[in-house]
Design a protein around this ligand. Structure first.
Ligand code: ADP
Ligand code: ASP
Ligand code: MG
Length: 245
């Protein structure tokens, strides 16, 4: 039995049919005997829409309130995913950042994680419940909601994997893995079976948004094995780990 964190990005949660497909994938893994903690992003386009609303409201938003608005999409995804899993006979429970809590500093809009409390998540796992965590959000030390920067659900997934001592962190997205170049831009791009943390960091710093930069750094520092793979196919993806040489 493996303990795995599975993170599903917005592109994998585009509409209810895609969400249902994701729920089926999670259910399969549970049936195989794995212990799974799920992290979800907002449904595709949702966070951009929330950002738009803030821009329309005033010229310059208060960052604490901006985070309250921007974190809302992940709350919806977490609740919906727990509902879909329960409907498939899988015991599941949604968790928001402040409930766990995932404590951050007060750099609203780009907060850094200070701590992830594992207790409630471990209790769920021991009771056969799948925790479904809203990615990208936390709470600062004064109790205010914070967000981790765009693409930050990857960081939530890695930090949670470290806190619960997971065997692996799977990042599900809309491409089958990490490629030599962005497969949507370069038709000759090759899928890489594996890549080192450092090479992945280099790709991310050159703009490959397939993995969030801070998430790769944390995975490297804490030696958390990552896998990037497709939500829509059964194939294995790209393993991101220490340099083989
Ligand atoms: P998610 O919503 O799952 O977080 P993202 O849009 O953040 O997904 O990241 C996935 C996208 O990253 C892919 O659709 C792809 O266009 C882009 N991408 C850029 N560079 C690469 C690369 N080298 N390998 C794979 N995907 C890449
Ligand atoms: N929903 C947030 C964003 O669009 C976080 C994420 O997707 O990882 O940036
Ligand atoms: Mg992303």
């Amino acid at each position: 039995m493996a303990r795995i964190v599975k993170k599903f990005g917005g592109t994998s949660l585009g509409d209810m049919e895609r969400m249902r497909q994701v729920a089926r994938k999670i259910a399969e893994s549970i049936t195989m005997g794995d212990q799974v903690v799920v992290v979800v992003s907002a449904m595709a386009g949702m966070t951009d829409h929330l950002d738009d609303l803030c821009q329309k409201a005033v010229r310059k938003c208060n960052l604490q309130e901006y985070d309250v608005v921007m974190s809302a999409g992940e709350q919806i995804s977490a609740g919906l995913m727990a509902i879909l899993l329960s409907d498939m006979g899988i015991k599941a429970k949604s968790w928001l950042g402040w409930q766990i809590p995932i404590t951050t500093d007060d750099a609203h809009g780009q907060a850094r994680i200070k701590d992830v409390a594992a207790r409630l998540l471990i209790t769920d796992l021991e009771q056969g419940i799948v925790p479904v965590i809203a990615g990208y959000q936390g709470v600062d030390e004064t109790g205010r909601v914070s967000t981790l920067g765009r693409g930050g659900s990857d960081l939530t997934a890695v930090a949670v994997a470290a806190a619960i001592k997971a065997d692996r962190c799977d990042i599900y997205t809309d491409v089958p893995g990490v490629y030599s170049d962005d497969p949507r831009q370069v038709s000759s791009a090759r899928k890489l079976p594996e890549i080192s943390y450092d090479e992945m960091l280099e790709k991310a710093s050159r703009g490959a948004r397939v993995l969030n930069l801070a998430a790769i750094e944390l995975a490297r520092d804490l030696k958390i094995p990552l896998q990037v793979l497709s939500s829509f196919e059964q194939k294995t993806g790209t393993m991101v780990g220490p340099d083989a040489s």
